[in-house]
Design a protein. Structure first.
Length: 333
């Protein structure tokens, strides 16, 4: 199997250099390394060229989704590895994921256990789950590595931090929705896969380390604005009208609690801007994607919510999820 490694980058020269070194150490090597530059000013593209990467210049910061899409269009491999520029992988990462997807009945995508590079014993992410309220949690984020994350499993959605995809998947489902720019575009893609019954695998034997929010920062106003907007985009694109009406309360709770969290971190204005943008463009985004069948979506969201609840209960509740489950108790059980 041939693998194209696609790396979108916007500055972060030193971290990208570490990623390229880990790509080149893979026991199952990539047949091509494509770095898509979003207008870096710190010499990152020059470093990538010197390390043997093919560099594609976007000419501006077009966002993660647009950069990844450009790389996918330019690649010719059977499999696509999408990698954040601030990730390092164990040498057997590609090989382990390739074996995992084959063992999983030729799954359409695969991802591994992503640990925090700043706190190596801590989970950065495993796979994504979405609650009824339209908020997603990267399962395990911030938790100590342990038993809840130690077993392989089928998953509906993979974080695009360091994941492997069959190229054929993009011909079936399409590319990332570029209007998301960055943040939750991978969750949107996962929901589109679920609509067609296409799933993947999580294998904790594949290990990578992520510096996380190295470009802007977790509570940077631009990060908060995009997440607030994009959560509403998810609702617009994937929730049929009966689901929006039926689960109005969980949706209201999930979005309001996220806004309260933004206010607590000094990003309340950014959250309001993002929410306003999401509402203004709600109808347009709704027309851009056929919503999932209501029954199938309900099953998927209930399953995701159960997973979130189980992991939160076994590892200690975040305040956000404790309040969400307290205020929406009953329906997900």
């Amino acid at each position: 199997m041939s693998i194209a490694a696609i790396v979108p980058v916007w500055n972060g020269r030193e971290l990208m250099g570490r990623l390229i070194a880990s790509v080149q150490r893979q026991t199952r090597p990539a047949s091509e390394l494509i770095v898509v530059d979003n207008g870096s000013t710190d010499g990152a593209p020059d470093l990538a060229r010197r390390r043997g990467a093919r560099v594609i210049a976007m000419g501006r910061n077009a966002g993660f989704a647009a950069a990844v899409n450009r790389g996918i269009r330019e690649s010719r491999a059977e499999w696509i590895a999408v990698l954040n520029s601030d990730v390092e992988m164990a040498p057997d990462y590609f090989a382990t994921l390739a074996d995992a997807r084959a063992a999983g009945g030729n799954a359409w995508f695969a991802t591994g256990k992503i640990l925090s590079a700043r706190s190596p014993g801590q989970i950065d992410g495993t796979f994504d789950a979405v609650c009824r309220g339209g908020a997603a949690w990267r399962i395990g984020d911030g938790r100590p590595d342990g038993a809840p994350f130690a077993e392989p499993r089928r998953i509906p959605s993979a974080p695009w931090t360091a994941a492997l995809f069959r190229a054929e998947l993009f011909r079936r489902v399409g590319l990332l929705e570029e209007r998301f720019e960055s943040y939750l575009e991978d969750v949107d893609f996962g929901l589109r896969c679920a609509a067609q019954g296409l799933d993947g695998v999580y294998d904790p034997a594949a290990v990578a380390w992520h510096y996380g929010s190295a470009t802007l920062g977790r509570w940077h106003p631009e990060t908060v604005r995009r997440i607030a907007r994009n959560q509403l985009f998810l609702l617009a694109r994937h929730y049929p009208a009966p689901i929006l009406a039926r689960w109005f309360w969980p949706i209201f709770v999930a979005q309001s609690l996220w806004g309260a969290l933004a206010v607590r971190h000094g990003a309340g204005i950014a959250w309001l801007r993002g929410a306003a943008q999401g509402m203004r463009r709600f109808s347009v985004m709704r027309r851009s994607c056929r919503p999932i069948d209501a029954r199938a979506l309900a099953d998927l969201l209930r399953s995701g919510e159960r997973t979130i609840r189980e992991v939160q209960a076994s590892t200690g509740y975040d305040t956000y999820w404790r309040l969400y489950f307290l205020l929406t108790a009953g329906e997900a059980k």
